[in-house]
Design a protein around this ligand. Sequence first.
Ligand code: GAP
Length: 527
Amino acid sequence: MSDKSSEKDQALMEKIVSLCKRRGFIFQSAEIYGGANGCWDYGPLGAELKRNLKDYWWRKNVQEREDILGLDGSILTLESVLEASGHLGGFSDPMCDCLLTKARLRADEIDPQSGTSYHYTGASHEESGWSVERPYSVLLSENQDENKARKTARLYYSQFLSDKQISPKKLELAGESTEEVTDSTSYNPENGSLLTAAREFNLMFKTKMGASADENDPKGTAYLRPETAQTIFVQFKNVVDSNRVKLPFGIAQIGKSFRNEINPRNYTFRSREFEQMEIEYFCREEDGMRLTDEWLETRLSFYEEIGIPREHLHVLDVPDGERAHYSKRTYDIEYEFPFGIQELEGVAYRTDYDLKKHREHSGKPIEFFDDEAKEKLLPHVVEPSAGCDRTILALICEAYDEETITDDKGKEETRIVMRFSPRMAPIKVAVLPLLKNKPELVAKAREVQSMLTPFMNVFYDETAAIGRRYRRQDEVGTPFCVTIDFETLGENGDEDKDTVTIRERDSMEQRRIPISELREYLLDAIV
Ligand code: GAP
């Protein structure tokens, strides 16, 4: 990506973030207390948008399918579950700290750098007699002044001074030597400071359950689940025993997951608290690969149905060696975010790994009895696992648009319009009386509002000029505005009595429609 286009994308992202706050889609969590890093609160419009996405996902994947059942599992998860699933031992990221600023970085995300490394063995302050012996290094790229290395090293050693009145500039550095390094990931790309060696950092949030003070009580420790999937595997037998199912069949769940991400970033993209929409689709082993390919197509169609076109999605067939060790095939569905092409969803063939692990650790027989084949087996599983918050972010990025329009007086202005698909739009229709000081118009508009509210999210607005009210709705993506005017009241003759003007957001076209047809018309568009 060229510098120009990345600047443009960054500017676009800033506009999106600003609109989301201004219009109440997304707020930073605990903002008035300085903000909780990696946590986000959805405002009134964001909450509607999220609800629309989750409801549509649920409808398509649970209610409209005979082969998938729903589940709503607990977030607090026993240690034994996560020990079996491998999260306790293995759910970690390699992390290192900047020795100078203490910033925590993900070791596997540091870009390799080359240059001259300046090594030091320690520092001292002659006047006070203070000294410290510790190896430290600073990496300078070509053309950087060597004094920068010395300044950084002095700052580093000054952390160990007990007398904070002593200026770092007064420190004498010891044992300076240099070395050329190539493609090193041992230095902070921001300031050249040496990093600590990488350590594994478990991403799970741990908590105590109940009043037990015993550290070793296995039921006294719980974790906030790092994925919704494990509840499904753990409840597999109960779901099978309480329902009549035959292979292949799935169990679906939408819910919160928590990961103590080292670097939450890119707005809501990588958060510490987020929602997942996951399906575990159980099948016979011989069908696993085929069903993985079928699920990929089903999921790609889903994104198109919610307004994310296929050409903005990418499919990565994760190569051998980069997949989870138990997965025989994994596709990542990626979206072209302004900050780069990034994962929205994984479609993974997880074999029988999870059920096998829970059978082994729980000691319980969780096999499935296949009535048709008259055999007991442990099914394999295909898992389409989507991030709800990431999909919301993709919907918002996809919807954001600016266009230049010319008003009636020939003046050009920028129209900001969120082109959400009507299915996802937080507000489906705005009902607007032409004037607020004409009681008949207001009464009629309220009547139309009451007629529609049981079926969809309706917004009533009587303030400001009608053009301004349209713009306000464009900016939050309301696909339709309905205006109650004098024709509606029959003041200009009977022909248009009890009709309203319906204005379409994208084309801005307006036409008249009888109030009696309005509900059907809108329902057809938003279903
Ligand atoms: N059960 C499989 C699983 O959890 P994953 O690839 O770790 O797989 C699935 O997560 C999806 O969950 C991702 O594709 C992404 O959309 C979402 N996700 C994962 N970590 C996230 C985070 N820190 N913030 C927001 N969404 C996240």
